[in-house]
Design a protein around this ligand. Structure first.
Ligand SMILES: [Ca+2]
Ligand SMILES: [Ca+2]
Ligand SMILES: [Ca+2]
Ligand SMILES: [Ca+2]
Length: 401
């Protein structure tokens, strides 16, 4: 995610609306840049990092005697530095990536820096750490998609710093995981695996291939994890909590075996674990680059599966039968203009729907950020109504489920 210093300079000129003062050719006295201690953001009033040095390891809302004087910076913190051209972190900002080794130094070529904010993710230079999400209260409790039991569809988001955020559906968010979630190669939810009536999260740990169950506490938060898969889960793609496919009242998991392209069902057990897997798709599933356990989308009371075909961008509906998935039906084309699709439960009061995070190639009203969210209400027949783009910026995140 690190951008080159040169690119940042261009970004700065654009963001600050100023022209370059032509600093790029300056050669520093290396010892001066090296004076900045690791863990600090440092600045100088000269173009070559000589003279008096300013340093901070915290955000600085007003630069005092350094206001509008900084010509050269280096960011040796482990956070992103947002350089604002007004005090109190106002006006547009230049984003400078963490650079503890001081590999990059330089300046935006202006004298207009007035505040510096240090934040864990680039997104927080201009936006809240978590994105906006809203949902309508449904008339009936959903069988999944609602982690806090308020009949509103929730979303869980992972940010680039590895934190987890719970979005209850009122445009707010709260942190439910403070660190380490980027170590998970897969995250999925939907359904109650621990058998306490509360929705849970399942995560595959990249370093070990273990599969962990994080029981929902019923408030949107997560309890202490338990091991439900001892290894090998790195060999599986698109690990997806499905709902109950086997019709025993217990939530099940599906996943694609990377080496074979087979689709496997892992039935949930009475003890909150997973039983012996069963083949439900004999091959070709590696051609799918998104699986979504969306809930019952065709009104037969049984959970269904959606899959996006990478080569065509087609989204397919697979009706859930007792222990198998039935013949697929096309939901629509053009879904490769989306980064990913998530089953969000009933956000509209019309049954379980979908949400998708757009790529810049998506064109629709209300979608300016290059990463807006498009909501799709289920039509009750396994398909969805036309998407409703939302003017929310979901850029610079690391997944949602
Ligand atoms: Ca909820
Ligand atoms: Ca549970
Ligand atoms: Ca089951
Ligand atoms: Ca169904």
């Amino acid at each position: 995610m690190r951008t080159s210093w040169g690119r940042r300079l261009v970004t700065a000129v654009t963001a600050l609306g100023l022209t370059s003062a032509g600093l790029l050719g300056a050669t520093p006295a290396q010892a001066a840049v090296g004076d900045c201690p690791k863990g600090y953001f440092c600045a100088w009033q000269t173009d070559n990092a000589t003279g008096t040095m300013f340093k901070t390891d915290k955000s600085v809302a007003t630069l005092g005697s350094w206001d509008n004087k900084i010509r050269t910076i280096v960011n040796r913190t482990s956070q992103y530095a947002c350089l604002h051209s007004d005090a109190n972190y106002a006006d547009s900002s230049l984003v400078v990536a963490p650079d503890p080794a001081a590999a990059n130094w330089g300046g935006p070529g202006t004298n207009s820096l007035s505040s510096v904010k240090l934040v864990p993710t680039a997104r927080e230079c201009s936006l809240p750490a978590y994105p906006e999400w809203s949902s309508t209260q449904a008339m009936y409790a959903a069988d999944f998609g609602d982690m806090n039991g308020d009949q509103r569809a929730d979303v869980v988001v992972r940010d680039q710093a590895g934190r987890l955020w719970f979005l209850p559906g009122d445009l707010t968010g709260r942190m439910i995981g403070s660190a380490g979630w980027n170590g998970m190669s897969a995250l999925t939810r939907h359904g109650d695996f621990s058998r306490d009536g509360r929705e849970d999260v399942i995560a595959a740990e990249a370093s070990t291939g273990k599969l962990w169950l994080y029981p929902g506490t019923g408030t949107g938060a997560l309890g202490a994890r338990t091991l439900i898969g001892s290894g090998g889960w790195n060999g599986m793609a698109q690990i997806t909590a499905f709902g109950d496919l086997t019709r025993d009242g217990r939530s099940d998991l599906v996943a694609i075996e990377k080496s074979t392209g087979k689709l496997w069902l892992y039935p949930g057990t009475a003890s909150g674990g997973l039983g012996a897997r069963k083949l439900i798709g004999s091959g070709g599933w590696n051609g799918m680059n998104d699986l979504v356990g969306a809930g019952d989308m065709n009104g037969d009371s049984h959970a269904d599966l959606l899959a996006r075909e990478a080569s065509t961008g087609k989204l397919w509906f697979y009706p859930g039968g007792p222990g198998y998935i039935g013949a697929r039906k096309l939901v629509g084309s053009g879904w490769n203009t989306m980064r990913y699709v998530i089953g969000v439960g009933d956000f509209s009061g019309r049954g379980p729907g979908l949400a998708a995070v757009a790529t810049p190639s998506y064109t629709g009203p209300n979608c300016w950020s290059g990463a807006c969210v498009v909501k799709y209400a289920a039509n009750g027949m396994g398909g969805v109504y036309p998407g409703e783009p939302q003017p929310w910026d979901w850029s610079d995140l690391n997944g949602a489920f």
